[in-house]
Design a binder for this molecule. Structure first.
Ligand code: HEM
Length: 512
């Protein structure tokens, strides 16, 4: 019979063998570029031979800071893995993300979707032609005109939110702003998408562990994306594990879809057109062409809205509010603008979205907070087309992967000024029109080019509606001082932003 030590030594041989195979496999890209000018691209030594360096760095949850430091050390083009490069040169933005330039999304995105999904979602689809066709089908639902219809849904959620903040303020307890903004963002996006909320704001709890599961899932996507060839077997294994909170998102979406189908199935075109949530509009698209827009397309669109539009929005809102809490002068200036707008409009319960667009300081605060803390924290990786491309003086072979990290771009002092690390909303108000236009072009919290965020207007509406209400009615004091901790697993999420709240005055009209 085999002894324990023999078993251990056989296992060691197998593991060693796997390590050798892995190293040989990951050295292929290194060998293929060894006779080209790409050999001289600087970067960490291990990154030349293996993706392990990048994997290790992503696993720390701090790659956004590391990425900025790498460019300070090595210059505008840095190798982060064999045949993978991070770029900081602003002129690369147009080349890599320019519409029609042929830089498709890289394999990293594969790990963010089910390997055999029937309908490819917009975020992960790497087939540019199919992506454009599918995006065209749903684009109208995210347009500026569609926004008008969702404003009441957002107001409904703000009322629920304000009730909870008032309760916390009266109790004198500490509020975890990050958690509550997540509740707000999840409930708003599910209300807009499915016509029903998850009930986070009402209960103040994440009963089914959705937030933690989503966090774990993002970790999976960020890490397995680096070794995306392993996604299929790992996905298979993952599905053998007990159900997580993600299953609750999928189940909730499927239930709402089934209800919707029953309820809306017999509805006339006019009736469907009058209903504003996504689900009704998606059923409308399906009625027109059931073959072209099957149930899987409806499910995928809804679940992508929830996945892509929840944490991104709460992170951005958290950045705005945390920066305001820790910059009292900016908060005071914004408050004056908010109070003046409420008076001008006769103290409505909510400022209409269109009126918030005419509040320059509010817009500057939002821009500045999203510049300083953009939601995504890894390079937006793209594949160089077959013909190759020259970027920042380096010629890249077709098939190389290149990307710009929003954190790197937003810290560029040539574009945003020597104080690029500071929260200073005035930078958006006191520039020459030429400099402002340069800053606008390099402000990319919603991505760039043909793959830019389709939900940008929705999330801006959610932010513009909420911030004035909170600023008008409450005072927030940060408990942990100026720095919020954050973790980057694709999305750079703040961790436990604690604050004390007091009611600013007694005549708050929200919800009354
Ligand atoms: C402040 C909130 C948001 C931020 C910061 C944000 C950020 C981004 C970024 C950076 C991308 C491009 C990713 C890449 O190139 O890999 C993106 C794509 C996308 N976002 Fe957002 N997003 C936000 C809100 C939303 C909302 C509310 C929705 C849905 C209602 C949404 C749906 C999508 C979709 C579907 C894509 C893929 C678009 C495509 O490739 O055609 N996002 N978002």
């Amino acid at each position: 019979m085999e002894t324990l030590s023999q078993s251990i030594s056989s296992l060691s041989v197998v593991l060693l063998g796997l390590a050798v195979v892995y190293f040989c496999y990951s050295a292929v890209p290194f060998l293929s570029e060894s006779s080209t000018s790409l050999r001289s691209v600087p970067g960490p030594w291990l990154a030349r031979f293996s993706r392990l360096w990048y994997l290790k760095e992503v696993s720390t949850g701090q790659f956004h800071h590391r990425n900025v430091a790498l460019h300070k050390k090595y210059g505008p083009v840095v190798r982060i893995a064999p045949k993978q490069y991070s770029i900081s040169d602003p002129s690369a933005l147009k080349i890599i993300y320019g519409i029609g330039n042929g830089f498709a999304k890289s394999g990293w995105y594969d790990a963010s979707s089910a390997p055999d999904g029937e309908w490819k979602d917009l975020f992960t689809d790497r087939n540019s032609a199919r992506h454009s066709a599918n995006r065209r089908v749903v684009a109208k639902l995210y347009s500026a005109t569609a926004l008008r219809g969702i404003e009441p849904d957002v107001e409904y959620c703000i009322r629920e939110f304000v009730k909870q903040i008032e309760r916390i303020a009266k109790s004198g307890s500490t509020m975890n702003l990050q958690f509550w903004l997540q509740c707000y963002a999840f409930d708003v996006i599910s209300q807009i998408t499915l016509g029903n909320t998850f009930g986070f704001l009402e209960s103040g709890r994440d009963h089914t562990g959705i937030f933690d599961s989503l966090h774990g899932y993002l970790k999976y996507c960020a890490l397995v994306g680096v070794e995306h060839e392993l996604h299929r077997p790992l996905w298979w294994l993952l599905n053998k594990l007990p159900a997580s909170g993600l299953v609750h998102i999928a189940r909730f979406t499927a239930e709402q879809l089934a209800h919707g189908k029953k309820d809306l199935g017999a509805a006339s075109e006019a009736d469907l057109a009058s209903r504003q949530n996504f689900l009704s509009q998606l059923f409308r698209l399906q009625k027109k062409d059931p073959q072209k827009f099957p149930d899987s397309a409806i499910f995928s669109t809804c679940i992508t809205n929830i996945g892509a539009g929840s944490d991104t929005t709460s992170i951005s809102l958290c950045s705005v509010l945390h920066n305001l809490m820790t910059h009292p002068l900016a908060l005071e200036k914004l408050r004056q603008e908010v109070d003046a707008k409420y008076s001008e409009l006769g103290s409505p319960e909510f400022l209409p979205f269109k009126d918030t667009q005419a509040m320059p300081y509010l817009q500057a605060c939002i821009k500045e907070a999203l510049r300083l803390h953009p939601a995504t924290g890894l390079p937006l990786a793209r594949v160089v087309p077959e013909t190759g491309a020259t970027i920042s003086g380096t010629h890249f072979l077709g098939g190389s992967v290149v990307g710009i990290n929003t954190w790197v771009m937003h810290q560029n002092t040539d574009i945003f000024g020597p104080d690029a690390q500071a929260f200073r909303p005035e930078r958006w108000l006191d520039q020459s029109s030429e400099q402002l236009s340069v800053m606008e072009r390099h402000w990319i919290p919603f991505g760039a080019g043909s793959r830019t965020c389709i939900g940008k207007n929705i999330s801006l509406l959610e932010m513009n509606k909420l911030i004035p209400v909170l600023i008008k009615a409450f005072d927030f004091t940060a408990v942990d001082g100026e720095k919020a901790r954050h973790e980057n697993y694709w999305l750079v999420q703040q961790v436990d932003v604690l604050c004390k709240i007091t009611m600013r005055r007694n005549d708050n009209q929200v919800g009354k």
